[in-house]
Design a protein around this ligand. Structure first.
Ligand code: ATP
Ligand code: MG
Length: 458
């Protein structure tokens, strides 16, 4: 009898998982037989993987991933503590000669109140390779960051306890795998997972500063507030007011301007004010390092961001757009594919996406037109610089009487980021002397260094 949504179970999904676990159980049995009673001569074949059907989430996901049998077995092994913990009880037997569990069966040292066996990297090696070295090395390779399990954000090796070898870490299914292959079964993403999608140079960024610390012209602030308005009211606008039928569901902004003018800070503050996590992706790294895997990894990031309402901040965006037209070598060709994919994904993205760039003219017109907002960050003028200087120094620091911030603000055209570099330098000088007083020469020296760094005369 079905009383509520919670009691409805997809029979095809249950069947697929049953078959997968049964295959794992048979494989494990064969491995144990081989281990305890090696039979010379003909060995029976390994059990065949059950065929996958696209009639349930598990089947659909695995078909899409096109994993090989070993990868599938590793996933099934990691699923057993969730779905059939008793299947691994046989691995808890004690070795009669050592009176300890078998080292070769692995098993993570995780506090398990019910005493179940938690498969580790070592367990996967045992299952798939037994005691043979070459197959074992092949299994170990599957845990590398560039392996399919990691780049696909499917399965990871948890960090081993201190002093333990890395393979002693537990096999951990990623929340995104659980969400997709076993939807509605376990709370994962909703339970606060915010690990970076593996294989992407993406980090969560945030700031300890507040909105009132942001020093920008009023017009720029107003443009940033428009993005906030969208974050707060887009659901009402699109769904309740029905505008979703006519306009795109996402919001894409371009932040451009010189380095250190507050682009990253602004993105963090928008996220902070709207209670959204901000994820930064360095596009220059995406292009140089992750050719080929990029599409898949970006797609995973977009999916996670959409599910969890993250704000995506694509930094160094010119790294991609600069390459759009110049197809000179294989690298550029890939970059172009990635640009095409990124454009299409951004347009389909039901969320807020900010691209940041230093060089406006590198971004082509066709793309510029697609932005809902183009925010120009300019170098601060003297009064803004004065504010940045005044507010930049920590409250517990005293400024020596000769230190004239007004003169500094007038004399040097510096960005907020550069001013903060000088402040840091000057404060360190003071600390080096064992005091909390910043002297004019500390600041002057800091300014000189920064100007030199930027290739400007002193
Ligand atoms: N407009 C600003 N208001 C207040 N502080 C600022 C401003 N601009 C820069 N800063 C200070 O400088 C730091 C660096 O700025 P931020 O990283 O946001 O610059 P950016 O424009 O993203 O630079 P880049 O193009 O190099 O990435 C900030 O964390 C902040 O302390
Ligand atoms: Mg930045």
């Amino acid at each position: 009898m079905q009383r509520d949504g919670l009691s409805s179970v997809d029979p095809a999904q249950a069947q697929a998982l049953e078959a997968e676990l049964e295959w794992l159980a048979q494989t494990l049995e064969r491995r144990l037989q081989l281990y305890f009673k090696p039979t010379p001569g003909d060995t029976p074949p390994w059990p065949d993987p059950p065929s996958l059907k696209p009639d349930c989430p598990y089947g659909q996901m695995l078909l899409g991933l096109q994993l090989d049998a070993e990868e599938r077995l590793m996933l099934a092994l990691a699923l057993t503590p969730l779905l059939r913990p008793q299947l691994l009880d046989v691995l808890q037997v004690r070795n009669d000669s050592t009176h300890r569990p078998y080292t070769e069966f692995g098993g993570a040292a995780v506090g398990q109140p019910q005493g179940g066996f938690v498969p580790s990297g070592e367990t996967a090696c045992f299952l798939l390779a037994g005691e043979q070295m070459a197959p074992r090395l092949a299994v170990m390779r599957r845990f590398l960051p560039q392996g399919r399990l990691a780049t696909g954000d499917l399965l990871h090796l948890a960090p081993a306890a201190a002093g333990e070898p890395p393979l002693a870490g537990a096999l951990q299914l990623s929340p995104s795998f659980i969400d997709t292959a076993l939807p509605g079964v376990m709370a994962t993403a909703g339970a606060g997972h915010d690990g970076a999608p593996v294989g992407l140079p993406a980090q969560r960024i945030s700031t300890g500063l507040q909105w009132q610390d942001l020093v920008l012209p009023a017009a720029t602030l107003a443009q940033l507030q428009d993005i906030e308005l969208w974050l707060q009211h887009s659901r009402t606008l699109l769904d309740d007011w029905g505008l979703g039928l006519r306009v795109s569901r996402g919001f894409t902004a371009l932040f451009h301007g010189p380095s250190g003018t507050g682009k990253t800070l602004s993105a963090c503050l928008i996220g902070q004010r709207c209670g959204r996590a901000v994820w930064r992706v360095d596009l220059s790294q995406v292009v140089s390092k992750y050719i080929g895997e990029t599409e898949k990894n970006l797609s995973r990031l977009f999916d996670a961001a959409q599910r969890q309402g993250w704000l995506l901040f694509f930094d160094e965006a010119d790294a991609l757009f600069g390459k759009r037209s110049a197809v000179s070598d294989a690298h550029d060709r890939y970059a172009n594919q990635e640009v095409a994919y990124l454009l299409q994904r951004i347009e389909a993205f039901d969320g807020v996406c900010i691209l940041a760039s230093n060089l406006r003219h590198h971004i082509d017109d066709a793309f510029s037109r697609r932005f809902h907002s183009v925010v120009t960050f300019v170098m601060p003028k003297a009064p803004e610089r004065l504010r940045l200087w005044r507010e930049g120094f920590p409250a517990r620091v005293d400024l020596a009487p000769g230190l004239d911030l007004e003169r500094l603000a007038q004399a040097h055209e510096l960005s907020g980021g550069t001013i903060m570099n000088v402040v840091r330098h000057a404060c360190l000088r003071a600390l080096g002397r064992g005091e909390a007083v910043v002297r004019p020469e500390d600041v002057e020296e800091g300014v000189r260094r920064e100007l030199l760094k930027e290739g400007r005369s002193v």
